[in-house]
Write a protein that binds this ligand. Structure first.
Ligand code: C5P
Length: 221
């Protein structure tokens, strides 16, 4: 049976997570937050104080990555049975994730882990290369973006709400640096698939984006 997939790709802070979770809930489909896989690997790498240039060591850790996802109202992620959910959003985790995600060897190891999420009745997959690499034959593909300033201000508010210390100017610079790294890397760079619907959320509310994505899914099925 062909399990339908909706991919939502785009840069960090465009609202992919909120939109994907909400759409997955409305459709009663599974949800893959692929960024959390890269972030979990980053935590494992940071915890072992691995040199970020040591690709072999990072690949070895990726191969043995013992992750569990519990999808309730909030996504809970466990690494080696330990709940690491609270550590996932930090800037240090995100920046390390973006550095190790640039290694093709690392991406190759994590590819099957992501494909395994394609389970009936359907999957909403959120990331950078969901529509281009991981699920190229997905029925519906969305590329969701917003200006760097808007994304930085959203991330800043999110971190503050979680009680995490944040600095807006630094976040804007880090978002721009991460965009550059994600867009310029050779393997699976961040780019819209030719057959993706492009949505700029800078001037849209989250509810408007969700509605637009739901309409796309219904029109495609
Ligand atoms: O989406 P999120 O900000 O959690 O992703 C963290 C980092 O993981 C990104 O900056 C990107 O470098 C990497 N990533 C990726 N491919 C994905 C998802 C995330 O390279 N599909």
């Amino acid at each position: 049976m062909n399990v339908p997939v909706l991919t939502i790709d785009g840069p960090s802070g465009a609202g992919k997570g909120t939109v994907s979770r909400s759409v997955a809930k409305k459709l009663a489909w599974h949800y893959l937050d692929s960024g959390s896989i890269y972030r979990s690997l980053a935590i494992a790498v940071l915890d072992e104080s691995v040199d970020l240039q040591d690709i072999d060591k990072i690949v070895a850790i990726a191969k043995n990555l013992n992750l569990e996802f519990e999808c309730g109202d909030e996504l809970i992620v466990k690494l080696n049975k330990v709940d690491i959910t609270a550590r996932l959003p930090s800037e240090a985790t995100g920046n390390t994730a973006s550095i190790i995600a640039a290694y093709p060897e690392v991406r190759a190891v994590l590819l099957q882990k992501q494909k395994d999420f394609q389970q009936a009745p359907g999957l909403v997959a959120d990331g950078r290369d969901m529509g281009t690499v991981v699920f190229p034959s997905a029925e519906t593909k969305v590329f969701l973006t917003a200006s760097a300033e808007e994304r930085a201000s959203r991330r800043y508010k999110q971190l503050k709400e979680k009680g995490i210390n944040a600095n807006l100017v630094r976040i804007t610079k880090e978002i721009e640096a991460r965009d550059r790294r994600d867009q310029q890397r050779e393997t699976a760079p961040l780019k819209a698939s030719d057959d993706a619907f492009y949505i700029d959320s800078s001037n849209l509310s989250i509810d408007q984006v969700i509605e637009e994505v739901m309409n796309l899914v219904h029109n495609e099925s």
